[in-house]
Design a protein around this ligand. Structure first.
Ligand code: FAD
Length: 462
């Protein structure tokens, strides 16, 4: 048997890589993990965590306004961007420390370097040029914001990476994209007082989500004062003589702003990784091709998380890592389960969703019952805020199974987590009907929608 330096070498210290490395080390495997930037990866350093902290920060303006209806006089309030950045940096440094300690305490060797494949069992550490060998290799290098290099002036634009560390809060921003990152940042910047425009080439933001929620969120964002430009794209970005940037759009608009942010998808981090030398196949998007067990075209090399371009979410990367551990180190071959993934968009109002949208369900089932409620949440009564919640259950009429559950409004993400358990357990509409309401809550609406709002038969609303 060949003596390798390690049982497992993990490339990338993000959500998936750290989990795979830490658990393998805890099982007594000789593990090394290389990270070229900061442990914790996208989620901790420039993704989910700082994003959610910014979401909280951006909600205070509305909280202060709403307080008046409840008898509070908050007085003058000011916001300090630099203080927020410093507080956020402190928190992510703390989390990064936890990730590192978790690895170290379990005996994994931490390597602060970029790593590239030399062959199926050999990795080069670029900091020193040293090569090491491993019996198995996990590639968990994540993704990177698509820079839209074909756009003239793209070099003047920022991505979500820079948005977390801007030296000054811009007075105005134009955000290109219609996915959840673009939508969340539009709400964040608007909430912090930035004049915000969102531009998206599609007919409605957040494709693939249920149309009701997409339209409901769109309306709410516009009512707050966010400008949304649809079916248009930025054609060119130039520097303005007076400072700031000017974006010209395909439909002939000229939009002058301090900052342009591109949120046009994320590319798998595979460039220069030595995949060809090792014989690891990628698809046309540069994502590593894997089988149902996350195994690449080279049997001892696995890939997991965003670099495989399956579902780009932290819990999915972690789940894929745990399946790798089960398969390789616990003699229990386990394929990741990508069905019924609950998810949230931390917009304002929030979206929480699990299962099929009405449109997707209509393609799969001959008849659907749709239960839908739109109402003003209790909190908005005294605050006077004109906001609506939407709740929607998509039910297969034949089996009574709830195949989709969608919420727009406060705490929708929290609700989606619990709805996710129910749907995973195969809940029927009758189970919802048998469940006692928690009163007074917004979520009680989910168990008190007794009659279908409408039906969808063979794709037609009846
Ligand atoms: C703005 C934003 C908000 C997000 N919000 C959410 C959210 O709310 N909820 C959610 O579930 N997901 C969210 N995500 C997605 C989530 O961050 C990713 O799905 C998750 O981080 C993927 O984990 P990963 O392990 O695949 O890769 P990553 O976490 O990206 O980790 C990859 C790591 O590999 C390192 N690396 C790359 N190449 C090399 C190399 N050759 N050698 C050494 N190291 C290397 C990178 O520096 C990085 O640290 C968000 C992402 C972004 C950008």
């Amino acid at each position: 048997m060949t003596a390798y330096d390690y049982d497992l070498f993990v490339i990338g210290g993000g959500s998936g890589g750290v989990r795979a490395g830490r658990v393998a080390a805890s099982l007594g495997k000789r593990v090394a993990i290389a990270e070229e930037y900061r442990f914790g990866g996208t989620c901790v350093i420039r993704g989910c965590v700082p994003k959610k902290l910014f979401v909280y920060a951006s909600q205070y303006a509305e909280h202060f306004e709403d307080a008046a209806g409840y008898g509070w006089d908050v007085g003058e309030s000011t916001f300090d961007w630099k203080k927020l950045i410093a507080a956020k940096d402190k928190e992510i440094a703390r989390l990064e420390g936890l990730y590192r300690r978790g690895l170290e305490n379990n005996g994994a060797e931490i390597l602060e370097t970029r790593a590239e494949l030399v062959d199926a069992h050999t990795v080069r550490l670029t900091k020193t040029g040293k090569t090491v060998t491993a019996e198995k290799i996990v590639i968990a290098t994540g993704g990177w914001p698509n820079p839209h290099a074909a756009l003239p002036g793209h070099e003047f634009c920022i991505s979500s990476n820079e948005a977390f560390d801007l030296p000054e809060l811009p007075r105005s921003i134009l955000i290109a994209g219609g996915g959840y990152i673009a939508v969340e940042f539009a709400n964040i910047f608007h909430g912090l007082g930035v004049d915000t425009t969102l531009i998206y080439r599609g007919k409605e933001i957040l494709s693939r989500f249920d149309h009701d929620l997409r339209q409901g969120l769109h309306r709410a964002m516009v009512e707050k004062g966010i400008r949304i430009v649809l079916t248009d794209v930025i054609e060119e970005v130039t520097r303005a003589a007076a400072g700031g940037l000017v974006a010209k759009t395909l439909n002939g608009e000229t939009i002058a702003v301090d900052t342009v942010m591109l949120a046009l998808g994320r590319d798998p981090n595979t460039r220069g990784l030595g995949l060809e030398a090792a014989g690891v196949a990628v698809n046309e998007r540069g994502a590593i091709v894997v089988d149902e067990y996350s195994r690449t075209s080279v049997p001892n090399i696995y890939a997991l998380g965003d670099v495989t371009d399956r579902v780009q979410l932290t819990p999915v990367a972690i789940h894929e890592a745990m399946c790798f551990i089960e398969t390789e180190y616990r003699n229990n071959p386990t394929a990741p389960d990508h069905q019924l993934i609950p998810t949230a968009v931390f917009s304002q109002p929030e979206i929480g969703t699990v299962g099929l949208s009405e449109e997707e369900a209509a393609r799969r089932y001959p008849e659907l019952e749709i239960y839908r409620a739109e109402f003003r949440p209790m909190k908005a009564t005294l605050s006077g805020r004109a906001e609506k919640m939407i709740m929607k259950l998509v039910v297969d009429a034949a089996s009574r199974k709830v195949v989709g559950a969608h919420v727009l409004g406060h705490d929708a993400g929290e609700m989606a987590q619990l709805l996710g358990i129910s749907l995973k357990a195969g809940v029927t509409k009758d189970d919802f009907d048998r469940t006692m309401a928690v009163h007074p809550t917004a979520a009680e609406e989910l168990v008190t929608m007794y009659n279908p709002s409408y039906r969808v038969r063979n794709g037609e609303r009846v």
